[in-house]
Design a protein around this ligand. Sequence first.
Ligand code: F3S
Length: 396
Amino acid sequence: MDLTASQQRMLAGRHGEVPQRMLRLLVHLGRLYGASRMIPVSSVQVSGVSYKSIADPGLHFLEDLSARGARVVVPAYSNPAGMDVTAWRELGFPEAFAVRQLRILRALEALGVNLSLTCTPYLAGLVPGRGDHIAWSESSAVCFANSVLGARTNREGGPSALAAAICGVTPEYGLHTERGRYPETVVEVQCELGDATDFGTLGYAVGRASKGHVLYFRGISHAGQDELKMLGAALAASGAVSLFHVEGVTPEAALVPVPRTAAMTITQRALQDTKALLNARAGRVEAVILGCPHASLEEVERAVLCVRGRRLRRLLWISTSRAVRSLAEARGLVREIEAAGGRVLADTCAVVAPIEEMGFRAVGVNSAKCAHYLPGFCRQQVVYEGMESLIEDSLQ
Ligand code: F3S
């Protein structure tokens, strides 16, 4: 691999032991994927923040890095933690979990990582431009950054993202290259898509059959930010997809060569079957958890319209970033959700919070990604439905 003089010095240990180790990791990764050089990144998004995901080995790894004086050299934002950092006690998060989670956050802060604690950094002030090279790691954020913003990132693991943040570079391969962004599979959409949950169902159906391909969708006439966010999260969850193009909608769709024939057609029947699959372990809903990926301000507003002047008869949590929660608070939206008996949580989400330890058994969700992970990772029975229908069904 061609390394610049400064990168060679880093690899020789002249910038310290941690940058040396981290660059070694990136060089190894680059060689595996055939990269011929390193490219600078303008931002990093680091996953592996919840104590539930990384446990003691991850905690000790981060504490060790920070004790050795490592620092990030580019803006680096963090993925959700396992709890709301300010309201964990009143929300009933276990003390032992919280103590370890706070140690992880202290270590990340010492490394210089911004404690944004969100999988939607693009709604919290980190918006890369089209063509920008970045190193992000949370799968839905990666899909959104590539597809909707036109930035360029592979799906990094937690350690490789942190390495990119400490070295300021990433190996050039895959979705960083022009060719790597060409669509491999065309999907013909022949079904009605209503709300964002339908886009999640579509993404889940397509992802299951496309296994990491770059996709090109035809037949989606309209899609806003929330719909594309849900589509990408589901594609990434069921099919490890990191980039999709939507004809007439996403920024690179008109610039890439498109295969002539559609490899996949999604009909109304396929959408119904996928929804039934995600509801296969449905039970009686005991709580509703929304905000996967983290809710936008518009989604919080939609929830408020459902509960305004009413009372909930079961628990409602809406997960979002602290940045969006602050905006929602300033507009009085948090107060309205709380007046109905719900909560707007910052910093965490249903999947990375220890909800199974907190007594949750059966939850209603509007996200295909959440419906995918909750049964296995969090031992939950799941009802998968649209936001309005879940809330309506939870009112007194
Ligand atoms: Fe984000 Fe958690 Fe869903 S990290 S995409 S809200 S599983």
